[in-house]
Structure formats: structure tokens, C-alpha cells
Design a protein around this ligand. Structure first.
Ligand code: IFM
Length: 454
């Protein structure tokens, strides 16, 4: 039986979740902060990439974005007014080290200090992501993540930030979605720095994972009672048909999309099948790397948006698979499939196959083409329903045994959606970019009422 939109709002209650469950929103520095040249911030690879004609669909950049750097108090007030108890943000490395001075930039440190204090003052537990794709351009000029020296630079930055904020921030995410850093950045070229080479992408990926593993003990050493993890973009993989060939394609697709990250993080090394498929394109691994990557974490962050449907495609290197987009599926305005069941399956699978410890949905959300109505209200019923159905999915995954302890909606605000620029709105809050006026959407109003138990 299909539920109507009104039935849906009754489909879930806050009391379906444990008392200590975390209710949050996720954001990232480059997507919201703006203030690109302010207070000693230097360019990141995303400044360079977005300024390159043809790289971002609407020709925009994150130079101003939501001007959160100046409007952070208003933005944290929105999260507090919703009744949330946690807030996930990322630090712009480019505000901390400029590539010239040995010492960190005092103004950058002060900004994140103010921001964290602002969270604490509003009852928001800070969840800090150390790397959400905005590598300093000066490091890219020296080879970026392909160069092992970037691991050392990252560790120095992590050391400084965790010493600086460690008394106040206990939850640390080393990297957000290394798949995107590596593969979109260096294989399909959709993201900065825009390279198109599989071996390069795999080497970048390896160094990012090593940097994660080496950061884990460093964070623990600097932060009393630290909880450390990584946020992965994971996808359930589905066969387009029942044919044996398509079902085998699922196994091959999954091995690079999901297991390439999960297996080494949980001490199993890169999957044999993946290594066979990529052959000589496999990354160079230095002795000790795999042990480093397998550093025990306190939690795993799962970023979930949609399942991938694949077919057997013998001419496609290296996986011999292709992603297809069946027409009969419900989709957001971005074209991403809406599948709450995918979230149930994904969380249950991860919990079943890996010793993850606590799980958090560190991102989940939907892009629809919102427009304020004549009264200025944004009635994004589709996004509200997406949210309700994915919260219900989270509840069902917990019932199926997945130890999920929190949910962070992507995102608090409409923001700069990478190569889509400002064309895609994921926010629970509408941002009118010319005026920077914020309007909480129906989805944000619903989330707040739900979290407040109303
Ligand atoms: O906007 C991104 C975010 O930066 C990382 N995860 C996916 C989101 C939606 O594409």
C-alpha cells in the first residue's frame, strides 16, 4: 500500500530511537564558507578548478557560497532552533597553513575556535571533518595526494587542529568520501584537480587511506576521549537483470566501489578480485601501509544517497560493468534514485560483514529544485518525505541489528554543489544567494518538530 504524504509524517516518531541518538546536519567548509581571500586563507584546488571554464555547470565558484564565514552565528542558530544536538562541519586546511609559514594562521585557528564555541553554546556536539576535498593548491602544485609528502603535510595539519580544538571537539572524521577525492578528482575528472587516470586515482586513494590510518593514533594522542572515524560514500549495488552476467557484474562493481575502502580499513587488505581487475594499475604500497590503514576506529560514518544499478559490460575497463538508470525508479530532481530500502540494506550489510563499531549516517539528503512561493515559504514536500522515509529506514536498519547511533542530514543550507555549482539545492534551509537570506524549508521545519518530539 502506498502511503500518502500525510500518513508519512506519522510513520515515525523520535521515541522510535534511543534517547542518546544524535540528530544533526552535515556541512562542509568549501561549500558554505565563502570568504575565499579573507584572513589569510589561501587557494584550494577547488578555487582553481571552479575558476576554470567548463568545470562547474553554472560557471560558479565557492568564493562567496553561503558566506557562512561571516554568518555562522545565524546558521548555528538555525540548527539550534531545530533542536538538533550535533553539528558536522569541516575545516578548510587553506585557512590554517599557507604553504609558506611554518606556523599555523592565527586567524584561521580563531575562526574555528569561535565556531566550535558557538556550537557548544547552542548544545550542538561538534563533529569535525578534517578533509572534505579542499586541498591547498600549493600542495597540489607539489603533486597533491599522489605525492607521499602530502601525507606528512596532512598529519602536521591534523596535529595542529586536534591540539587546538581537542579540549572541545571529541568527534573527529579524518576524511570525507575518499572515493570522491580519489576517483572523481583523478579518474573521471569531475572534481578537482580534474585528472583522468585510473592508476593515479588509485595511488591518490591509497595515500588518502594511509593518511587516515596515521591520523587515527595522532588524534587519540592529542584528544582525551577522542572518537575517531572516517566517512565513506557507500552504495548498495543492484543487478539490472536476473542474468548471471549482471549478477556477477554486481560483485565486480562492489569490489571497487565499496570493498576497496571497507576491506583495508578493517584489516583485510585490498580485495584480491579488485587487484586482479586493475592489474598493473594497482597502487604502490610501502611496507607498513596496510597496517596503518587498518588502525582501529571508534565508528564508521556512512554517507548514503542512492543505489547503483549495473550491467555486465565486457568492454569497460577495469570492472567490465556499466551503471544504468532504469526509467521506472523514483528519482530526485538531480536524477538520483530514491531508495530508502537501499539504506536499510547498506547499513545491515556493513554491520554484518565488518566489525564497524558504532555506525553513523554522516550524510543523507536529496536535491530538489525548490522555489519560494508567493509568501516566501518553501514547501519542499518531496524532500521532507525523503527525509522521513530515510529516517524510517535508519530505524529499520537498527531493528535489523545495525548499531546506528546518529543521523546527520545533508545539509543545513543550500550550498555549492561542486561541479553542479548552485544548481542543486540539498538544504533544509533555502538560501537566496543574492541576498543571503535564509528560509527554513518545510523539510527543516518538519525535522525540527520531529527532533523536538512535537
Ligand atoms: O555535497 C556533497 C557532499 O559534499 C559530499 N557528499 C555528497 C553531497 C551531495 O552530493
Amino acid at each position: 500500500m502506498t502511503m500518502t504524504s500525510t500518513d508519512l509524517t506519522k510513520a515515525i516518531r523520535r521515541s522510535d530511537f534511543a534517547d542518546g541518538f544524535l540528530w544533526g546536519v552535515s556541512t562542509s567548509a568549501y561549500q558554505i564558507e565563502g570568504a575565499a581571500g579573507v584572513d589569510g586563507r589561501v587557494p584550494s584546488i577547488w578555487d582553481t578548478f571552479s575558476a576554470t571554464p567548463g568545470k562547474v555547470r553554472d560557471g560558479s565558484t565557492g568564493a562567496v557560497a553561503c558566506d557562512h564565514y561571516h554568518r555562522w552565528e545565524e546558521d548555528l542558530d538555525l540548527a539550534r532552533a531545530m533542536g538538533l544536538n550535533s553539528y558536522r562541519f569541516s575545516i578548510a586546511w587553506t585557512r590554517i597553513f599557507n604553504g609558506v609559514d611554518e606556523r599555523p594562521n592565527a586567524e584561521g585557528l580563531a575562526f574555528y575556535s569561535r565556531l566550535v564555541d558557538g556550537m557548544l553554546a547552542r548544545g550542538l556536539q561538534p563533529w569535525c571533518t578534517l578533509y572534505h576535498w579542499d586541498l591547498p593548491q600549493y600542495l597540489q602544485d607539489r603533486g597533491g595526494w599522489e605525492n607521499r609528502a602530502t601525507i606528512d603535510a596532512y598529519l602536521r595539519y591534523v596535529d595542529v587542529m586536534t591540539q587546538h580544538l581537542g579540549g572541545r571537539v571529541k568527534h573527529w572524521i579524518t576524511h570525507n568520501e575518499p572515493w570522491c577525492t580519489a576517483m572523481h578528482g583523478n579518474w573521471d575528472g569531475m572534481h578537482a584537480p580534474g585528472n583522468k587516470s585510473l592508476p593515479l586515482a588509485l595511488q591518490v586513494c591509497h595515500h588518502v587511506l594511509v593518511s587516515h590510518g596515521l591520523a587515527v593514533p595522532l588524534i587519540r594522542a592529542n584528544v582525551p576521549d577522542a572518537k575517531v572515524g572516517i566517512a565513506l560514500s557507500l552504495h548498495p549495488i543492484e543487478a539490472a537483470s536476473d542474468s548471471a552476467a549482471d549478477r556477477e557484474a554486481v560483485v565486480r562493481h562492489d569490489v571497487l566501489r565499496n570493498r576497496w575502502f571497507l576491506d583495508p580499513l578493517f584489516g583485510r587488505g585490498y580485495p584480491e578480485l579488485a587487484l586482479r581487475l586493475v592489474g598493473d594499475d594497482a597502487p604502490a604500497v610501502v611496507e607498513g601501509d596496510m597496517d596503518a590503514i587498518a588502525a582501529r576506529c571508534d565508528f564508521l560514518g556512512v554517507n548514503y544517497y542512492f543505489p547503483e544499478v549495473v550491467i555486465d559490460a565486457p568492454d569497460q575497463y577495469p570492472l567490465r560493468t556499466a551503471i544504468v538508470h532504469p526509467q521506472d525508479r523514483e528519482r530526485t530532481d538531480f536524477g538520483w534514485e530514491v531508495s530508502p530500502q537501499g539504506l536499510v540494506d547498506l547499513l545491515a550489510r556493513v554491520a554484518r560483514e565488518y566489525p564497524t563499531g558504532d555506525l553513523y549516517v554522516t550524510e543523507n539528503g536529496s536535491a530538489y529544485d525548490d522555489h519560494p512561493d508567493a509568501d516566501g515559504a518553501v514547501n519542499d514536500t518531496a524532500r521532507r518525505d525523503y527525509l522521513i522515509r530515510h529516517l524510517a529506514a535508519t530505524r529499520d536498519a537498527i531493528a535489523a541489528g545495525a548499531p546506528v547511533k546518529g543521523y546527520f542530514a545533508w545539509s543545513l543550507l543550500d550550498n555549492f554543489e561542486w561541479s553542479e555549482g548552485y544548481l542543486r539545492r540539498f538544504g533544509l534551509t533555502y538560501v537566496d544567494y543574492p541576498t543571503q537570506r535564509r528560509t527554513v524549508k518545510q523539510s527543516g521545519r518538519w525535522y525540527g518538530a520531529f527532533v523536538r518530539g512535537e
